[in-house]
Design a protein around this ligand. Sequence first.
Ligand code: 5AD
Ligand code: SF4
Length: 442
Amino acid sequence: MKRYFVTTFGCQMNAHDSERIKGVLEDLGLGEAPSQADADVVVFNTCTIREKPDQRLAAHLGQAAALKRAEPDRIIAVGGCYAEAQRERIFEQYPFVDVAFGPGTIRHLADWLGAGGEGVPRGLFGTADERRFSAALPTRRERRVQAWVQVSMGCNSVCSYCIVPHVRGRELSRRPGEILAEVTRLAAEGVKEITLLGQNVNSWGRDLLPDIGTDFGELLRACDAVEGIARIRFTSPHPKDFRRPVIEAMAESRSVCEHTHLPLQSGSSRMLKRMRRTYSRERFVKLADDLRTAIPDLALTTDIIVGFPGETEADFRETLDVVEEIRFDGAFTFIYSPRHGTEAATMPDQVPEEVRHERLERLVDVVQRIAHERNQERIGRVEEVLVEGPSRTDPALLRGRTRRNTTVNFAGSAQPGDLVGVRIEAATSTTLRGSDAAAVAA
Ligand code: 5AD
Ligand code: SF4
């Protein structure tokens, strides 16, 4: 039997696409190899959001070149966002790559392999008509009790720093009937938690509106009604499209978890304007307030970029102010990275490297201090935890997540998929420690 190995970079969307890539390969009769060196088909599912993933890929492809030299029949495939950004150039940069495809053209890999590489072009990319929902493809799920469900592909925003609209194309919503059929099937397979995925979940359905008239809030309510699904998450919402009906649906749907990942990007309205985020600092703060008022105990996490072109010390301090004001439960923090083809890449006032780094360090200090304090507030409470498996650091403990999406390591005996009450005893900025509350009571 021929074997494959898939290496995944980037976001949850890519992690989910890799499940489809594996599903497609298994449909062709391939099995999973334990390592790249053991694989006949070596696949890279790439990301290009910042320069760092590009560099990591270059290192990986260097190793792949050596594997190819050792065994010239081995197939090297490159898919995902970097491939889409480079298109045919990928074969010039890396001549040993046999086949390439974009995030919307996963099926191409199967077509090319199925034809033995004969008569099918080496690369297929597409941000227009060639794109297909990967949800239509077979899947090899990585997680037993949790699943990703794609609700849309592409993005209609024009954030001036972001490459995603260039590589994932215009937004297309998946039809609600298809989404619900998938959620129902997952529930029947024993899945307890679903994460609805889209580049901007809150604009889901707008392109379908003329004929069926629906919005993301209604989709949340419909998923909540599916028997067996205990938890619903979604990522990412764009603050500009987070409207009242969605907040109400979150508040009123039992399974929708008390967590929202709400990307701030900057606390300076001047920067937000240059980033083309279309909300101000004040509107963002009000949205965070509205969400917390409607959903008591809501966890809020965010993404923040430092060193965007033209960012002054005063702009950066506004970001620190907003972080102090909102008190996020966690934040992904990034140094601005110019991406070829985006509007911001050619802005004249790029911030010097040292300044970007210094700001990142200051931001991380504040973010971690607050996250630590927020987690400390959980000590003494009993949180509902969905058990995922043994702890990664101490196999004597179990690992799971709270509804607020914090990882908990705890003492107890439960099976993956169980929902257990865990009494929280200790906290760091990113994880909680506890014990099975029932066991403690007994
Ligand atoms: N540079 C740095 N960070 C970026 N992000 C997107 N594009 C860039 C870029 N060019 C960040 C944003 C986004 C997250 C997924 O990545 O914060 O929300
Ligand atoms: Fe995900 Fe963006 Fe990276 Fe593509 S470029 S994998 S959409 S983070």
